[in-house]
Design a protein around this ligand. Structure first.
Ligand SMILES: NC(=O)c1ccc[n+]([C@@H]2O[C@H](COP(=O)([O-])OP(=O)(O)OC[C@H]3O[C@@H](n4cnc5c(N)ncnc54)[C@H](OP(=O)(O)O)[C@@H]3O)[C@@H](O)[C@H]2O)c1
Length: 493
């Protein structure tokens, strides 16, 4: 694999980044500006009604973040001029043709100038409405691909997928592409046009039934899960991301395309500083619940490997892959990089639990009453039957009791009963959605990513700047000194 300097490649290049207010996109933009301020231009696509509000979102939700602190210290007052010179915020929406960019001059300019497109826009909600996820994750990716094809200087489209497109598979999960119509359970008939049709039909039915907005949302969420499971995927998110991969592979023609499949992305490992994170993400909701003393029991296999990868490593892998594949017309199959840690530096749930206990014992969260929150060992329910027994004893039987008391006391406890009922339903839905991951037995192969690392090493390419080898992570040190302090600083409220 030929590989030149990434820093040199970035010089004088124009990159279009979608999903620019997102977690990974911000880290990408910060890194590019920091390592190569002579990049020609970054077009950052943000959802906004016009250029002015796009610019406001850029400043408030991207540049103002603590993530840019190092760059701010480095450049001082020059940061503003670098931003205004190098970044063009673009109001748009990837669910629309031409990415919803209304300014036709700007569209023409981008088609003329853009060298690389990086697609990071998506909904990452596992329980998203099917119509929303299909239009955004699947058809939105197709719109980005079509836009990239119109760019006359395009060298590469980097699309971000997820390792979990593999569904609930066990054992070694390869970096294999998906072909049109392929399913995880062997069911036939998966067709993206049909999916769009059934979505429209379901929406029309709901409108005909005069369903409320809330009922439509709930029905479309359920519909996504139903369609995903029909073809073997556990939820709407991964199903729509898998269909995006199929569609892109099918339609890419001569466009060089790289698909990055990260596993669970966590806070930064090293750059611009350790522990930067934003929003409550999958695994972090457990850390927040635990640190605040609200998580006393957990469902899952204590030995299950949780595949984590720090966000800066994902971004570095994207940048190195970009240089490795720019201008290379891919063969029939897509070039896929799984970026995770389960094969080379696995960490299991029990270890994570121990780090949580150690950290929050040493640095307890101060509760609203001003007192430190005490944490202890959580009860681990290691099978679904144990979970059902636990739920019955602790919640379902008390709920039944409350129902009887409520009847006996002429509906006096009605509000309390419905609140408990709602909470139990919520937990059961979450468990249903996350169950495949709680007992996950898959390991993500990263042979392609390893080859990329080797190529960078052999060619002496800035491996200290664009590091993405998870073997260097000491998980205990990372959790104690970067990730958990980051979660507390940026996510706890
Ligand atoms: N984070 C992870 O753990 C993880 C793991 C594996 C794969 N990935 C993949 O990595 C990518 C980035 O993830 P992330 O965690 O950075 O996501 P994120 O923080 O949720 O950001 C998603 C971005 O997409 C934008 N977006 C939503 N709808 C849009 C639309 N119609 N048009 C244009 N932009 C739109 C959002 O903009 P608004 O601010 O306007 O909502 C936001 O900027 C995604 O493709 C995701 O599937 C993430």
């Amino acid at each position: 694999m030929e590989l030149g300097s990434i820093i040199q490649f970035l010089e004088n290049k124009t990159i279009l980044v979608t999903g620019a207010t997102g977690f990974l996109a911000k880290i990408y933009v910060e890194k590019v500006l920091r390592v190569q301020p002579n990049v020609k231009k970054l077009y950052l696509l943000l959802r906004a009604k016009d250029a002015k509000s796009a610019s406001q979102r850029l400043h408030n939700e991207v540049i103002a973040k603590d993530l840019f602190r190092v760059l701010r210290e480095l450049l001082g007052a020059n940061l503003s001029s670098l931003i205004s010179e190098k970044i063009t915020p673009v109001a748009g929406d990837i669910t629309c043709e031409n990415l919803g960019v209304k300014d036709s001059n700007l569209v023409e300019e981008m088609w003329k100038e853009v060298d690389v497109v990086v697609n990071l826009a998506a909904t990452t909600n596992f329980d998203e409405r099917y119509d929303v996820a299909l239009h955004l994750n699947t058809l939105g990716a197709k719109n980005v691909l079509n836009f990239a094809k119109k760019c006359v200087n395009i060298k590469l489209l980097v699309h971000t997928s997820t390792a979990y497109v593999s569904g609930e598979r066990e054992g070694l999960i390869l970096e294999s592409p998906y072909y049109m119509g392929e399913t995880l359970n062997g069911a036939s008939g998966l067709d993206i046009d049909t999916e769009m049709k059934v979505v429209e039909e379901r929406l029309s039915e709901l409108q005909a039934e005069e369903a409320t907005d809330g009922e439509i949302t709930m029905a479309m969420k359920d519909f996504g899960i139903q369609r995903a499971r029909k073809y073997g995927w556990p939820n709407t998110y991964v199903f729509t991301k898998a269909m995006a991969e199929m569609l892109m592979g099918h339609l890419k023609q001569n466009l060089p395309l790289v698909i990055i499949r990260p596993t669970i992305v966590t806070s930064t490992f090293k750059e611009p500083f350790p522990g930067w994170v934003e929003g409550i993400r999958t695994i972090d909701s457990l850390a927040v619940g635990y640190g605040k003393g609200k998580l006393t029991c957990f469902l899952g296999d204590p030995e299950a490997i949780i595949d984590l990868i720090p966000a800066d490593m994902v971004v570095n892998a994207m940048l190195v892959a970009m240089v490795a594949h720019a201008d290379q017309i891919a063969s029939e199959s897509n070039i896929i990089y799984q970026v995770g840690s389960s094969i080379s530096n696995p960490v299991n749930f029990t270890c994570l639990q121990n780090y949580g206990l150690l950290y929050f014992t040493k640095h307890p969260w101060i509760g609203k009453d001003g007192k430190p929150v005490k944490v202890g060992k959580v009860t681990v329910l290691d099978s679904m039957p144990r979970f059902h027994r636990y739920m019955t004893i602790h919640y379902l039987l008390p709920l039944k009791g409350l129902k009887m008391v409520n009847i006996a006391f002429c509906q006096h406890f009605r509000a309390m009963y419905y609140e408990l009922h709602r909470k139990i339903n919520f937990v059961m839905r979450l468990i249903d959605l996350y169950r495949p991951y709680l007992f996950f037995k898959g390991i993500y192969d990263d042979m392609n990513t390893e080859k990329l690392r080797m190529a960078a090493k052999e060619n002496g390419i800035e491996t200290d700047v664009f590091y993405f080898d998870p073997k260097v992570i000491n998980w205990e040190d990372y959790f104690m000194n970067a990730h958990l302090p980051g979660i507390v600083k940026y996510v706890f409220k």
